[in-house]
Design a protein around this ligand. Sequence first.
Ligand SMILES: [Zn+2]
Length: 86
Amino acid sequence: MSLLKLLLTIGLIYAVWFAFKNRTRIAAAHKTVVDDKAREAAQARTQAAAEAAARPPGMPVAQDLLPCPKCGAYIAVGTTCSCQKA
Ligand SMILES: [Zn+2]
């Protein structure tokens, strides 16, 4: 009876230790995923801020296009078509 209690106690200690070991491993993996997501979000924020800074204030994001009178290709307003440069 005493040996059975000893074995059960050892088994219980092993179970608790095993659960704790797995818990720390899961927590470490979770932390890695969270850190990766945070890094990606920061990178996207930095990129968006850089794109916003590169654009002059008040300038719209979209560009109006007009067909070239000579060749009909759509070009941005205020620029000359490549067919007129030649
Ligand atoms: Zn043209």
